[in-house]
Design a protein around this ligand. Structure first.
Ligand SMILES: Nc1nc2c(ncn2[C@@H]2O[C@H](COP(=O)(O)OP(=O)(O)OP(=O)(O)O)[C@@H](O)[C@H]2O)c(=O)[nH]1
Ligand SMILES: [Mg+2]
Length: 462
């Protein structure tokens, strides 16, 4: 038997939708039920999802190894070469000399002598003051320094002094957790000690230790005063007069200096190994970004193809809400096709669940309504075309298909390369991507281009 339909999902889905809409047209009294019907289908999709969620582990960031050894570094470099090979296979003409050279430079970094220190902190916590104070004391040599905001990237630094001048904010804590996950060695330095009375000082220190107990060891939380404020001195003179003057105070950084010295000398190899590992991971990300660009360029024509299929189907199909169902059916095949492009094996069931989830999210987030609002004025400006029924649905279907596909791409990009991955979709991550993509494409500028383009495709442009 000759196989006529090479994309069974696509045909099946659209066919089902057409069938249903015909049935509904013949049963006008059941008109109101159709919304429920669609929601039912979507909820079913969502339910399946949750059921699957519970069974198969969701895709998450690879766990950080317990301790970074040379083996981990070599594994990360190897992974980089594997990615580079994939890039060469997928884009033989791409220039990868820079990436190849950078990969080759990583391993020798394990043998470097000098260490790198970072001073990170929110504005005005005293980074510059501490930097200056530390240059006045003796520290292991050779040492290079860098100062920056806590959000900054300190991949190349071996030890970070995380400066605070009081209690930590929630984002500081998140930052510290992230640094720990990155195997970044951190000392939490509590600056401006001179500004607090002793009891308060002890209380804050205790609070800091308590809040960071799962992240830092207590001996890595150190009080200091990098640039204590001058103190007013009153001196009784022999002649009975009182002389008042401001006396400069010396920095109190001995404890911090000692801790830094100890860590740099005792943990030198571990520090360099961890830094080199981070550098290898960063390079992996760079290669992955290049690969993503290549894949995205390939994905766009595929997305556009499905976009027009969805538009045409919805245009010809007069029941608005059902068009969304048709769109979802088409997207299942689209998800499988995109998965192939990203070397992710996606089963039909997974693809259907993903499109069901996206459809459900679009409704829940109010994206459908918002998009209709953005699209219809652009259609109304052209009376002739507006009269042609199904145009709004056609354009919307194309738009939803595009949104869904771009979200899937963003999602797939974040997955680590694993061609045999059988894991399901992570709903939270998918939802996050959908919202990002939606906000990015919701601008009027986009619709002004997109609407006429789609209408031309539907051949209703007058
Ligand atoms: N009382 C007191 N003030 C300090 C201490 N350390 C720094 N300061 C003061 O805090 C202010 C900010 O210090 P900086 O060293 O410029 O802080 P910074 O983190 O480099 O600031 P930005 O680079 O602007 O983010 C200055 O007025 C310092 O004199 C300290 O230990 N005690
Ligand atoms: Mg500064």
């Amino acid at each position: 038997m000759a196989i006529k339909f090479r994309k069974p999902v696509l045909i099946g889905g659209v066919g089902l939708s057409f069938g249903l809409s015909l049935w509904w047209l013949l049963q006008p009294s059941l008109g109101e039920v159709k919304e429920l019907g669609l929601m039912g289908v979507m909820l079913l999709g969502g339910g399946l999802w949750w059921w699957k969620q519970g069974r198969s582990p969701s895709v998450t960031l690879p766990p950080s190894p317990a301790k970074i050894t040379q083996k981990e570094v070599e594994g990360a470099i190897q992974q980089g070469y594997t990615l580079l090979e994939t890039l060469t296979q997928e884009a033989p003409d791409a220039d990868i000399t820079d990436l190849k050279a950078a990969l080759g430079e990583i391993r020798p970094k394990l043998d470097r002598e000098g260490l790198k220190l970072a001073i990170a902190g929110s504005p005005l916590t005293g980074k510059t003051a501490l930097h200056q104070a530390l240059t006045q004391v003796s520290l292991p040599d050779p040492l290079t320094w860098r100062e920056g905001p806590v959000e900054g990237e300190f991949t190349d630094e071996d030890l970070m002094i995380f400066l605070t001048s009081g209690d930590l904010t929630e984002s500081d804590l998140q930052r510290l957790k992230h640094l720990k996950h990155q195997h970044q060695r951190v000392i939490l330095a509590f600056n401006k000690q001179d500004r607090y009375p002793p009891e308060e000082k002890a209380l804050i220190l205790q609070q800091l230790r308590w809040r960071t107990q799962t992240i830092l060891s207590p001996q890595d939380i150190i009080p200091l005063a990098a640039a204590p404020a001058p103190v007013k001195v009153r001196q009784h003179q022999a002649n009975g007069e009182i002389r008042e003057y401001w006396e400069d105070q010396k920095p109190e950084i001995e404890e911090l200096r000692d801790r830094v010295t100890t860590i740099l000398s005792q943990e030198k190899t571990a520090l360099i190994t961890a830094t080199t590992w981070r550098e290898a991971l960063q390079l992996q990300t760079q290669i992955q970004t290049r690969l993503n660009q290549v894949r995205r360029d390939r994905a766009m024509p595929i997305i556009e193809k499905y976009q027009w299929i969805a538009a045409t189907a919805a245009f010809a199909n007069p029941v608005p809400t059902l068009d969304l169902l048709a769109t979802a059916a088409i997207n299942a095949q689209l998800v499988i096709d995109l998965g192939k492009l990203y070397q992710q094996k996606i089963t039909l069931a997974q693809a259907q669940t993903a499109t069901g989830t996206i459809g459900q999210l679009m409704v829940k987030l109010g994206l459908v309504e918002l998009s209709y609002k953005a699209i219809s004025p652009l259609l109304k400006s052209n009376t002739v075309t507006y009269i042609a029924g199904g145009v709004l649905e056609g354009v919307s279907a194309a738009y939803f298909t595009r949104l869904a596909a771009l979200s899937i791409i963003e999602y797939l990009q974040e997955q680590t390369i694993n061609p045999n991955s059988e894991t399901g979709f992570n709903l939270d991550q998918l939802s996050e991507k959908l919202q990002q993509v939606f906000h990015h494409n919701q601008r009027n500028q986009f619709f002004r281009q997109f609407v006429p383009q789609t209408m031309k495709r539907l051949a209703v442009d007058s």
